[in-house]
Ligand binder design. Structure first.
Ligand SMILES: CC(=O)SCCNC(=O)CCNC(=O)[C@H](O)C(C)(C)COP(=O)(O)OP(=O)(O)OC[C@H]1O[C@@H](n2cnc3c(N)ncnc32)[C@H](O)[C@@H]1OP(=O)(O)O
Ligand SMILES: O=C([O-])CC(=O)C(=O)O
Length: 457
């Protein structure tokens, strides 16, 4: 299976060459020396300059605000939100290719863009999509492992296991073992990263069928003429819904990257710095994404909204929602989908998903989606009055689940898996650059309380 996947990928790349379209490898090969030179210049000209002091509060407060990591594909501004290689979300929506006849960014185009910093042409997007789809079949041992897991095992745990098991065929690990030179690291890192992203979509589909349907034995084969999102939608049984396919494209483009400090991206970077291959690095990241303060919040949002709907009905008044929020806060729980470690304004990813919901007539009037909107109207005021959170506004998780729910993907413990297919795209783009730039093993200094006291006295 492994060599079949490689052959298919090679065939797709050869077809691209015949069409005279530069492949992702050729494009990166051109860009990497420029970026290596820029890093060398930054180190030699500015290496001894400081980027800020570190306070004791930051050390015991989750490293908030410490400028600590090199991360190129995206940078987060607390007020404005995320920019991908300098482009805001609306600018990406304006500039990046969509599927033929579609309106939403293709995740494949976003992947190319995050890897290279350059907007792919429609032809480059098409051949990159073909290459990724040709890599999306799973090795037999991974199918076997996934199908043998208890159906009741949380979908994210299944995802961690499935992605880790891909490491069996890692080109990076095999080449490292046979003495690969450091300058070559990025090439198998890219190969594995492309495989990891493509196969993550298939693992995700398989987990859905295993956990919620009759199993994956009759899973639809990959259609090489379609994109990853359309294939995923078909495999889980929603391929006929144009709205759902477009939502999956948007969802997978928006959740890709949120600079380097978030738990899942940072984990990929940290584990990768030990030269663990992309599969092991991203599998570790999925464990972090599965935490309720991070990616799992989108499952928690749906649980919260449905609980509210059950208690208050489909059209509660603002006052009823306010009381419901206070009840939650007073019982010591967080309002899922609200607050953020860095952002201090509503998340532009939330805005993009809300816009999607409002522009499609079928979702615009959905009671669960309307509930998300009603919550958005009053929750920031209540959280401000509550006075604890530094950011009373919604994050991306506040809206995403309600849209999946509308289209019939109602098994909300599964929602973080769709987040995970997307985050692989961003986190592994930087993984490739980490190897291309030859970044060292990550090893910041830790301090005991006694050591802190000694330093501050
Ligand atoms: C894709 C993503 O990962 S986006 C984030 C998804 N997570 C969620 O939506 C879960 C709900 N939100 C939260 O728990 C937090 O806002 C986090 C984890 C996102 C950020 O945490 P922090 O940076 O520590 O937030 P902040 O500094 O504002 O926290 C201060 C206090 O406000 C509380 N707080 C923060 N957000 C909320 C919230 N949504 N509801 C209630 N209380 C909150 C914190 O728990 C903390 O209380 P404590 O002092 O008793 O520990
Ligand atoms: O940036 C963060 O800490 C959390 C977040 O929104 C993400 O990872 O998408």
């Amino acid at each position: 299976m492994f060599s079949a996947t490689r052959t298919a990928a090679r065939t797709a790349a050869q077809a691209a060459n015949r069409r005279n379209v530069s492949t992702i490898r050729e494009t990166l090969k051109e860009i990497i020396p420029e970026r290596q030179a820029l890093l060398k210049q930054i180190k030699s000209e500015h290496g001894s300059k400081t980027l800020g002091n570190v306070t004791v509060e930051q050390v015991v407060g989750g490293g908030r605000g410490i400028k600590f990591m090199l991360w190129d594909p995206s940078v987060l501004d607390a007020e404005e939100g995320i920019r991908f290689w300098g482009r805001s979300i609306p600018e990406c929506q304006r500039d990046l290719p969509t599927a033929p006849g579609g309106q939403e960014i293709l995740p494949e185009a976003m992947f190319w863009y995050l890897l290279t910093g350059k907007v792919p042409t429609a032809e480059q997007t098409k051949q990159f999509q073909e290459e990724l789809v040709s890599r999306s079949e799973l090795p037999a041992h991974v199918e076997k492992v996934l199908d043998s897991l208890p159906k009741t095992l949380h979908p994210m745990t299944q995802f961690v296991i499935g992605v880790a098991a891909l490491n069996h065929d890692s080109q990076f690990a095999a080449r490292y073992k046979s003495g690969m030179k450091k300058a070559e690291y990025w090439e198998p890192a890219l190969e594995d990263s492309l495989d990891c992203v493509a196969k993550s979509f298939t693992i995700a589909a398989r987990i859905y069928l295993h956990s919620y349907k009759d199993g994956a034995a009759n899973m639809a084969p990959v259609d090489k003429s379609k994109d990853l999102s359309a294939n995923f939608a078909t495999q889980i049984g929603f391929g006929d819904s144009e709205g759902f396919v477009e939502l999956i494209r948007l969802y997978n483009s928006l959740h890709t990257d949120h600079e380097g400090g978030n738990v899942s991206a940072h984990t990929t970077h940290l584990v990768g710095s030990a030269l663990s291959d992309p599969f092991l690095s991203y599998s570790a990241a999925l464990g972090g994404l599965a935490g309720p303060l991070h990616g799992l919040a989108n499952q928690e949002v749906l649980r919260f909204i449905l609980g509210m709907q059950k208690e208050l009905g489909d059209s509660p008044s603002d006052e009823q929602i306010v009381q419901y929020i206070w009840k939650t806060l007073n019982s010591g729980q967080v309002i899922p989908g609200y607050g953020h470690a860095v952002l201090r304004k509503p998340d532009p990813r939330f805005a993009a998903l809300r816009e999607f919901g409002n522009k499609h007539p079928e979702t615009a009037n959905d009671p669960v989606f309307r509930m998300v909107d009603s919550l958005f109207k009053v929750a920031p005021g209540v959280l401000t009055e509550h006075g604890k959170t530094k950011n009373p506004f919604p994050n991306v998780d506040a809206a995403s689940g309600s849209l999946l729910y509308h289209y019939g993907l109602t098994q909300f413990p599964y929602y973080t898996v769709t987040f995970g297919t997307s985050r692989a795209i961003g986190a592994l783009s930087q993984y490739v650059w980490d190897r291309a730039l030859g970044l060292p093993i990550e090893r910041p200094k830790s301090l005991s309380m006694e050591a802190i006291l000694k330093l501050v006295k």
